[in-house]
Design a protein. Structure first.
Ligand code: PMP
Length: 531
């Protein structure tokens, strides 16, 4: 036998399988089987040019010092207690290889994350049914697949290594990393795949007592984290972390919305401290899986648990689609003062996610991948006192056209959805905004008909990072999708000033037009009686 006898039956690790053939052709696929965040990090959209500066002809720094320093700053652990790994999975595997010899036993409470068995087997060990006398104990907290915070699973010192997998810790549960300082037999495993939304980059890390960290470092494959992933991870950790925290907070809020909603089907769902829910349906899951797959939604199932499924918390719009596919009301009708439009738009050219709340305070988080467009949309949200969140991954290597056009369409669609039937609004807005020598006049009508008349004489062929021709095109696309008339006239010596004044004037006009008019008393602002 060429291969090791004890590996003869080992199967590859796979995410959910067999769904591709069951999703109707043309239906957008929503992967809720991998426990990943619904969007890439906010800064990622514009990072292509920056990533091109990574020296791909050289190996990465095999000590990953810069990365470990960034992790140190994030976790409070010194760099010599941190081992950077190619995903938490490599960290888990290294722990098994470091501790287990042929025939040794390890323990994990069942059900457990599949890799514990795989890593144990790779090292030549076997998973035992009982925790006594094992050389390695796998603890998962928050627990996959149940989502439960499980600090009680940590055994007292038992002569073996205790590996505590906290891949989901940013979403809730008890931070057990303090045990690494208190005990010499505990290693904590973490990842940038989940909260930091970098699953595709494959970066994780171990927090370990110094002596164990040195040995783990010694047996790791050299340079297993690519230079690109190293750079992405450092950036994720050193960027403004409030962006990551806001995304995590949204996932947590959505989790708390989804649990009672899904429990309405009679499913048993325990509280979760992670970014997923584990449901025991108490009956065969197949009819429900069929409904979900018909709507393009992939969830995780388990051969050994035929009445259970695990569902990752997606974006608010994706979660609404889940509820709809299961025959549940997506969400309570918007309360007065809660006018939010959500759009997810995916084509071969762009992937866009927008949430626009008309009754906001001017906050925004914009990542369209074009700095100048981000700047303009930030101004649009700020001066219209609306809250706008937008991310776009577009084919900027072609040019900016698809991104600018599709962002405008998605924004317009979000505006249209947020306005609902448009009853009770002011409808019209008219405002001017100067920026130094530039002055722009904007008039809008939210009357349900899309039209843009844009007169902004730009001097150069490009403004900011954009071809000048895309400026009127943006307003045109916005007006059609948003079903509003936009009139813009301005002049100025500096193109940047002029376009910025246009966005600000538009913001001020929109602010008036979307406002609720008390005199209208909720009636439609149209003599036709329809918008
Ligand atoms: N631990 C647990 C409990 C997980 O669920 C996962 C991934 N699903 C991992 C570790 C692996 O994480 P990574 O992407 O960092 O390898």
């Amino acid at each position: 036998m060429i291969i090791r006898e004890d590996l003869a039956d080992v199967e590859p690790y796979r995410w959910q399988e067999g769904w591709e053939q069951r999703i109707p052709p043309g239906t957008a696929v929503i992967r809720l089987d991998q426990n990943t965040q619904p969007r890439p990090p906010a800064w990622y959209a514009g990072s292509a040019a920056w990533l091109a500066s990574v020296a791909v002809n050289r190996y990465p720094d095999s000590s990953y010092l810069r990365l470990r320093e960034a992790i140190s700053e994030y976790t409070g652990f010194p760099a010599d207690q941190i081992v950077a790994t190619a995903g938490a999975d490599e960290g888990l595997t290294l722990c098994a290889l470091l501790t287990l010899s042929r025939g040794d036993t390890a323990y994990a409470r069942q059900p457990c994350y599949g890799l514990y068995e795989g890593a144990t087997a790779l090292a030549g060990g076997v998973l035992a049914d009982r925790p006594d006398g094992v050389r390695l104990t796998w603890v998962c907290s928050p627990h996959n697949p149940t989502g439960q915070d499980s600090p009680g699973d940590v055994p007292d010192p038992n002569g073996g290594l205790v590996v505590i997998d906290q891949a989901y810790i940013e979403f809730g549960g008890t931070d057990l990393s303090g045990l690494v300082r208190e005990r010499d037999d505990v290693v904590v495993v973490r990842t940038l795949s989940k909260a930091f939304a970098l699953a595709g980059a494959r970066v994780g890390y171990l927090l370990a007592p110094p002596a164990i960290a040195r040995k783990l470092e010694a047996i790791r494959p050299p340079g297993s984290i690519s230079s690109f992933s190293d750079a992405l991870a450092v950036r994720a950790l050193t960027e403004d972390r409030s962006l990551m925290e806001a995304d995590v907070a949204e996932t947590v809020a959505e989790r708390e919305r989804m649990r009672p909603a899904l429990s309405g089907l009679g499913w048993q769902i325990s509280p979760s401290s992670a970014n997923f829910l584990f449901a025991d349906l108490g009956e065969p899951i197949e009819p429900w899986i069929s409904r979900l797959l018909s709507a393009g939604i992939v969830v995780r199932t388990f051969d050994a648990l035929p009445t259970c499924l695990r569902i990752t918390i997606g974006s608010p719009a994706q979660n609404d689609q889940v509820l709809e596919a299961l025959g549940l009301a997506p969400r309570a009708p918007a309360a007065p003062g809660e006018r939010t439009g959500r759009v997810e738009r995916s084509t071969r050219e762009t992937r866009i996610d927008v949430e626009w709340s008309l009754d906001g305070s001017g906050r925004s988080q914009i990542a369209a991948g074009i700095g100048f467009l981000d700047h303009m949309l930030t101004a649009l949200a700020f001066h219209s006192l609306t809250d706008l969140r937008l991310s776009c991954l577009g084919d900027l290597w072609v040019d900016e056209h698809h991104t600018v056009e599709d962002v405008a369409i998605a924004l317009g669609t979000a505006l249209d959805r947020a306005l609902g039937d448009r009853a009770g609004i002011v409808r019209y807005g008219d405002a001017r905004a100067p920026l130094d020598e530039a002055l722009c006049h904007a008039t809008v009508d939210l009357g349900g008909r899309g039209h843009a008349a844009v007169d902004l004489p730009l001097r150069d062929v490009r403004v900011g990072g954009l071809p000048a021709s895309l400026v009127p095109h943006f307003f045109d696309s916005l007006s059609r999708a948003g079903r509003l008339a936009i009139h813009l006239q301005g002049h100025g010596d500096d193109d940047h000033h002029l376009v910025e004044a246009a966005f600000k004037a538009l913001a001020l006009a929109l602010r008036q037009a979307v406002a609720v008019d008390p005199g209208r008393a909720g009636s439609l602002p149209s003599t036709k009686g329809a918008i």
